[in-house]
Design a protein around this ligand. Sequence first.
Ligand SMILES: [Fe+2]
Length: 459
Amino acid sequence: MPATGNPFTGAYAPVRDEVTVYDLPVTGTIPDDLNGRYLRNGPNPIDPGAPGRPHLFAGTAMVHAVRLRGGRAKWYRNRWIRSAAVAEALGERPRPGAAVRIGDVGPNTHVIGHADRTFALVEGGFRPYELSYEIETVGATDFGGTLPDGFAAHPKLDPATGELHAITWQRAGCDRLRHVVISPYGRVVRAADIPAPHMPVVHDMALTPRHVVVYDLSVTVDPVSDVARKPFPVMWNEARGARVGLLPRNGTEVRWFDVEPCFVFHTLNAYEDGHRVIIDVVRYPRMFIGSALNSPDSPTLDRWELDTLTGEAKETRLDDRPQEFPAVNPAVIGRAHRYGYSAVASALLRALGPADALDGSPPTASGDALIKHDVSQQSTVVRAFGDGHYTGEAAFVPTAEARAEDDGYLLVLVFDPGRGATDLVILSAEDFTGPPVATVHLPVRVPAGFHGSWIPDPV
Ligand SMILES: [Fe+2]
């Protein structure tokens, strides 16, 4: 994708219709311990012909959902999230809390389950939107009046406490980050300021048993831009350097560790090893060069080791192949992991990086792929989907009786060019290159997008 062109073509071309289809055809056998919904969020411009320069991060949000129950694929739905602008475009009443705000396209980045509710998320000062089980928009939420400002795209659920941790930032007029914790019952129980007058852009964070890991990297809010000219007003700011902070979970003082200038969208995982804190991330040497979403470099899987005795950070490369959308078994978030999963998602990498990012030394023979990383053995396994089969982030779901870290399923959307529609592919994480456990054939194409979750049904 050229940096100045329209990103919403090809794999990102929006779909025009909201559909509801029941009892989907399936190849293979859906495991009977998968009872719940797979949801995925992403930009899907409701008015692709609108004036102005479209930006991949500024498309109105659409969520896609597949419900699995009792070994069957019960339904597929896709819905635009009714932000104020979307409700108006569709001729509908505004939803509660969906106030008109400049730049508010709706939360197009992630969708999660928490406190038996469903939330769509975006960063930069906007509130989450709550969705019903059938992914209709309930409205914007401030968690019962407890959320002071906006929320974040990538909160981390602590599997030990059930608390949801996030680092939030605001697009404008704000000189701080904020550590926000949401209780298992859906109330903000902590909102601690972190001074940041240079206004860093913070897409993700990490969690360990004792610390919140804060990314203060080389991308900051562009204070002179306006959203008409630059819908995602951020800029590469190498002069700021880059640093990674450890904030005690209940503390106020961040201990910072200098790292090489870079930007990180996504964390694979982090954990503590004695006096060291280990953080695995997908790292860009540069990002948001000039006025566009653009990196001249490909992202790689890297490791930061923060030594709390010496105050120094050691940086190493785990995998130099271009990749994104890192994921782990959610049971090991904040704890030492052996396995990680990432995507060689060509549409995203071409959108974020140089057009030839995949042409030099492609990690697979052809097309999109998933990579399974064994960081303890420093080995990887690649599963390719083939030419034209564009894919994205995989969601790891442990089996009901999981006995090993990779005893689970990977749920991932894969476009089938033969059908002109998308499949929900269920892989065995252990038998990573074996035949899919099941393939659910959706009735329509799902555009390439951002993040999703498996949300088990309440028990
Ligand atoms: Fe993200």
